[in-house]
Design a binder for this molecule. Structure first.
Ligand code: MN
Length: 506
């Protein structure tokens, strides 16, 4: 069984009737072998299913329509084994509502130099057949991934897998529901935005609930359920023994267990994949959830603090793309800086950082929370694992959305931070803090981000392309001057693109 269960990507092979039944039979067999090879490969995390070879406009349209209506199909891999005149693809590609990748490959790897004849040449024409197909994709102004190379190589399979994971992220985005407990933090700009436009662009729904709706479910959690949950905490974390000696601290831990189970029930029953809350909207709850939110994130829910529904959705989508990979994904905030030999960012939040990014078994402690609401709150304390990571910010810039991605390197802190009672990660942004933060600020990036060690920048760029929104990468090669030019060029491009599309649809 593959990581993504019954979800699948379809391999659709293009040809035409010119070559006769013998060649078409061979084409169909080869397609089946490639799909089976990809599915069996440990490099690929999803089932790849070969469809019947398409040889006419009606067959191409039919497979596109079948893909659109099949709930398990998350995307298509298209490949021209032979020449497949591309006007035949116009109707099908225009009707297709799922993402596709163009795999520019060939069934055989090496040329049989001693034996090659015209039969071989006619059977293996992707070198020009795929170029004819690509012309029409470009002519239709369609965003797609083009992967080039022999399908059986590790490098190509890893690129295919990367795209399939993004297709799964896109599928999750299309079906995601985000629950908001309360509203955004008052006066904060970047966590707000146009939820109707977000649903049109990314597919996900954002629903607000009064705190009373959640309170009812939280209060219905039984003492027995809370007691069982405390046993789970003991198994999974280094729980400070003082908690069990102190009636007040133990009560704070029980509060957190009740909040976790209540929110889990609310989110599960409502089929939500992400949620937000806000310290300004806590009426009826014991406190701002700490441990509870951290654990829900670890279970796959996206989260955004202070009502940040865009980041909540992004965290969930990262978790889907990264499924089965080692690196975790979390809600994050650039909190404070270390200016030194190498400038560093200490990322954290008031409480809510996901333990999936932890380097070691987290500690569970109760501490006084002093920001916004004053309360003793149980929380997990840990340090983010060293290694490459991304900070991803999705923002609404009024007329459209923008995704900003900073490639960073998380490092081990040079010493303990014994008085800091929250989870944190210390990182060095690429190319350095000076350029990274200047570029991020010029782009309007948020103070919140989806932090991930399980997703690559290219994957988030592919996700943005599926949505048709701008993506900017701040990485090793970034300069502020070029980045500002890119911002200006993109402003013109997206204005024209969206404007022209709006006119066409009238
Ligand atoms: Mn915040």
């Amino acid at each position: 069984m593959k990581i993504y269960g019954d979800k699948e990507v379809w391999l659709v092979t293009g040809s035409q009737h010119l070559y006769g039944p013998g060649v078409l039979k061979q084409v169909a067999e080869n397609s089946q072998k490639i799909a089976a090879g990809l599915t069996e490969s440990a490099n690929i995390s999803i089932k790849v299913v070969a469809q019947e070879t398409v040889k006419s406009p009606s067959e191409i349209l039919a497979v596109a329509q079948a893909a659109n209506s099949n709930p398990n199909c998350v995307g298509l891999i298209l490949w021209m084994h032979t020449f497949s005149p591309a006007k035949m693809w116009i109707a099908g590609l225009s009707a297709l509502s799922k993402p596709y990748m163009h795999l520019h490959t060939q069934f055989n790897a090496e040329l049989p130099f001693a034996d090659i004849n015209m039969h071989f040449m006619n059977l293996n024409q992707s070198a020009h057949g795929d170029r004819e197909f690509g012309h029409v994709s470009t002519r239709l102004r369609q965003e797609r991934k083009v992967v080039v190379g022999h399908w059986a190589t590790e490098s190509v399979q890893k690129q295919i897998d990367s795209w399939c994971r993004v297709a799964m992220g896109w599928h999750a985005s299309q079906n995601l529901k985000v629950a908001r407990f309360g509203d955004n933090m008052r006066q904060v700009a970047v966590t707000d935005g146009d939820k109707v436009s977000a649903q049109i662009k990314f597919g996900y729904e954002v629903h607000a609930y009064g705190l009373g709706d959640l309170q009812k479910v939280v209060d219905a959690v039984t003492d027995a359920e809370v007691a069982a949950q405390i046993e789970t905490y003991k198994k999974e974390y280094d729980v400070n023994p003082a908690i069990f000696d102190d009636e007040h601290q133990f009560q704070m831990l029980k509060n957190e267990a009740r909040l976790e189970l209540g929110m889990l029930k609310f989110l599960t029953e409502g089929e939500f994949g992400a949620f937000t809350n806000c310290f300004e909207n806590l009426t009826g709850l014991t406190n701002l959830p700490g441990l509870a939110t951290q654990r829900l994130m670890q279970q796959g829910f996206g989260y955004g603090g202070e009502g940040d529904w865009k980041t909540a959705a992004m965290v969930h989508i990262c978790k889907v793309i990264a499924k089965g990979r080692e690196g975790g994904s979390s809600f994050m905030e650039d909190y404070t800086y270390h200016f030194g030999a190498v400038d560093q960012v200490l990322g954290a939040h008031m409480l809510e950082v996901c333990p999936s990014i932890s380097a070691a078994k987290p500690k569970l402690e109760v501490h006084l929370h002093t920001i916004g609401c004053r309360n003793d709150i149980a929380r997990l304390i840990f340090t983010g694992k060293a290694g490459p990571a991304l900070c991803i910010s999705l923002i609404d810039i009024g007329t459209r959305f923008r995704v900003i991605i900073n490639e960073v390197d998380t490092v081990n802190p040079p010493q303990e931070l014994p008085k800091l009672p929250v989870a944190k990660a210390l990182w060095e942004p690429r190319p350095n803090l000076e350029v990274s933060a200047a570029a991020w600020i010029q782009a309007g990036g948020a103070h919140h981000s989806a932090y991930t060690q399980g997703v690559t920048a290219d994957e988030i760029v592919d996700y943005a392309e599926m949505a048709g929104v701008e993506a900017l990468v701040i990485g090793a090669d970034t300069t502020v001057r070029n980045f500002k030019t890119e911002l200006r060029h993109n402003a013109a491009y997206y204005h024209l693109k969206d404007g022209v599309y709006a006119l066409i649809s009238l």
